[in-house]
Design a protein around this ligand. Structure first.
Ligand SMILES: Cc1cc2nc3c(=O)[nH]c(=O)nc-3n(C[C@H](O)[C@H](O)[C@H](O)COP(=O)(O)OP(=O)(O)OC[C@H]3O[C@@H](n4cnc5c(N)ncnc54)[C@H](O)[C@@H]3O)c2cc1C
Ligand SMILES: NC(=O)c1ccc[n+]([C@@H]2O[C@H](COP(=O)([O-])OP(=O)(O)OC[C@H]3O[C@@H](n4cnc5c(N)ncnc54)[C@H](O)[C@@H]3O)[C@@H](O)[C@H]2O)c1
Length: 511
């Protein structure tokens, strides 16, 4: 315990030297020098031009203006917020939430002592509620731009030369030419196509079409058992569709820990979604009112052809930089078309930086936002912070899946000596009283130091619970550190505490 306390206070001091303003004077002198050199010199010239108004771009623009940079943000969609707010995180979560409420009220009230009848879906109202949430959040960003004095150019940006961007106006906005001392490319990503399959957004849809279907399909096939496939598959399954997920790999859930993926398949299968893993799509074509799908099981080479009402293609996303003129400037990209950057988000043309889905790393909105803040802090102050070992991920199925840090497989591959602690939600009192106790928390710690390496969970509100684990990992905490923190009772967060106890001393209290 004493060791742990000493270790903890040493860590705190280390963090505070970086974070407490009063102790950062030398850095601040450097900051003002940098800010001066980042400032624009003439009229019509900007300190910062951000291309793309998604979570990466709009956050970078707001923070840039807050740090005193004359900032303009160029967006071609017509609304701010990018993929996330318009056709990603926000509309999907609105549908996930309301479809979950519908499903619970329809199928999970009797055992709770509530009698309901006549429950039905009003899909157009559910879509309207989703659209209203999107609208209020996207227009909120316009308000934040005004409040922070960020200029907003509605149009498509394309580099003329490394200092100049031409903007082709949309929605009646005039064309313009922007000169800036610094640029940030935040142009995001687009759907990865499946060769030979044409997305029409009606019968063969991407996530965008799957967010706006006008009726509940009887049968839906989802190609790809990753985050989009399982989130959107859950929405339509809860609303009544027969959903089959076709996944190339032997397991669903993409990069998540194998134990959690197993639990996820078990729980989601019970909800009625069918999985065809180790299976590849051979062809898909629209045939009248349905889609004819041909698949092959790669374990036994068995082929199957069947009709489905809707096919959702969700096999990943690829960076989007079309029409930006990056080739002309000679900006380096990797094999997957991600714009290459250094640790300060600079491309090989240093005053042009890149963040978010357009560059390396996980394609997540919070990662894009944090990079946006760090990139402008590098411009204005010469220092920024994103800890890539500590970016949480959440899958908003029910129950939710959330993780941060490394998986057990990764620990094995890296040759790290580790210990595991687990705790099931079925032994957590709040989960029991909520009658929603499927899932577990799994903690991976360094066997020698007890320091956290990864935390993985599937369970109720896992997306909220992962915040504590993320903070602990960021500050280099040990499992003992978290286990000794007082957690309120009865809360779901006690499951995290108990998994930490199991990892630290081999035993939890309630399991
Ligand atoms: C269905 C779905 C659900 C998702 N759910 C989540 C979630 O729950 N949590 C999460 O963390 N992530 C989620 N994501 C991922 C998340 O949306 C992205 O990681 C995030 O939007 C990336 O932000 P970004 O700013 O890099 O790019 P984007 O949000 O894609 O924004 C880029 C913007 O740049 C604009 N643009 C492109 N080229 C130009 C140009 N030449 N000129 C002007 N403008 C241009 C585009 O119009 C776009 O608005 C989801 C994605 C999808 C598809
Ligand atoms: N909650 C969230 O944070 C959230 C929600 C949605 C999307 N996103 C982000 O959007 C991005 C795209 O999501 P996604 O679900 O499309 O991608 P993904 O990478 O999460 O999953 C794609 C899945 O498709 C499978 N696959 C690939 N090719 C295939 C093929 N030919 N046949 C069958 N299966 C195939 C992969 O093995 C993988 O399981 C992700 O990077 C994700 O981070 C995040």
């Amino acid at each position: 315990m004493l060791n742990s306390v000493i270790k903890r206070s040493a860590l705190c001091r280390f963090k505070f030297t970086c974070l407490q303003v009063s102790e950062c004077r030398p850095a601040q002198i450097e900051i003002s020098k940098r800010l001066y050199s980042a400032k624009a010199s003439g009229n019509g010239e900007y300190d910062l031009c951000v291309i793309g108004g998604g979570p990466g771009g709009y956050v970078a623009a707001i923070r840039g203006a807050q740090l005193g940079l004359k900032t303009i943000c160029v967006e071609k969609r017509g609304t701010l917020g990018g993929t996330c707010l318009n056709v990603g995180c926000i509309p999907s979560k609105a549908l996930l939430n309301n479809s979950h409420i519908y499903h619970t009220v329809k199928h999970d009230t009797k055992r709770r002592g509530i009698d309901v009848s006549g429950v039905s879906v009003n899909l157009s109202q559910m879509m309207k509620a989703k659209d209203d949430s999107v609208k209020s959040l996207t227009s909120g960003i316009e308000y934040l731009f005004k409040k922070n004095k960020v200029e907003y150019a509605k149009g498509t940006g394309s580099f003329i030369d490394p200092q100049t961007l031409s903007v082709k106006g949309i929605d009646g906005a005039a064309d313009q030419t922007i000169k800036a001392k610094n640029f940030i490319i935040a142009t995001g990503s687009e759907v990865k196509p499946f060769p030979g399959v044409t997305i029409d957004e009606k019968k063969i849809v991407s996530s965008t079409g799957a967010l706006s279907l006008s009726e509940v399909p009887k049968k839906m096939t989802v190609l790809g058992g990753g985050i989009i496939g399982l989130e959107m598959g859950s929405v339509w399954s809860r609303l009544g569709a027969e959903v089959t997920v076709v996944e190339f790999l032997p397991a669903v859930g993409g990069p998540m820990d194998a134990d959690i993926s197993k639990a996820l398949s078990r729980i989601i299968s019970k909800q009625g979604i069918k999985f065809k893993t180790s299976t590849k799509l051979l062809s898909a074509k629209v045939n009248g009112d349905s889609v004819e799908v041909e698949i092959e099981n790669m374990k036994n080479n068995k082929r199957e052809t069947y009709q489905t009402d809707v096919l959702l293609v969700a096999i990943g996303r690829v960076p989007y930089t079309e029409g930006l003129g990056l080739d002309k400037l000679g900006i380096s990209m990797d094999k997957s078309n991600r714009v290459i950057m250094d640790s300060e988000y600079r491309t090989n043309i240093p005053h042009i930086r890149v963040i978010g889905d357009a560059t390396l790393g996980p394609m997540l909105a919070h990662k894009a936002e944090d990079e946006g803040i760090a990139a402008v802090e590098y411009i204005a102050k010469g220092q920024g912070h994103v800890n890539y070992n500590c970016i949480p991920a959440v899958m908003y199925t029910h129950p939710e899946v959330a993780w941060v840090g490394i998986t057990e497989q990764k620990a094995k591959e890296s040759g790290i000596k580790y210990r595991i602690g687990t705790f099931p939600f079925s032994a957590n009192s709040r989960a029991k009283t909520n009658m929603d106790a499927d899932g577990l928390v799994k903690v991976i710690v360094d066997a020698e130091t007890d320091r956290l390496l990864g935390v993985h969970m599937i369970g109720p509100m896992a997306g909220e619970l992962i915040g504590e684990a993320t903070l602990a990992l960021e500050y280099g905490a040990s499992a003992e550190d978290v286990a000794r923190v007082c957690h309120a009772h009865p809360t779901l967060s006690e499951a995290t505490k108990e998994a930490m106890m199991a990892a630290w001393c081999g035993k939890s209290i309630h399991f």
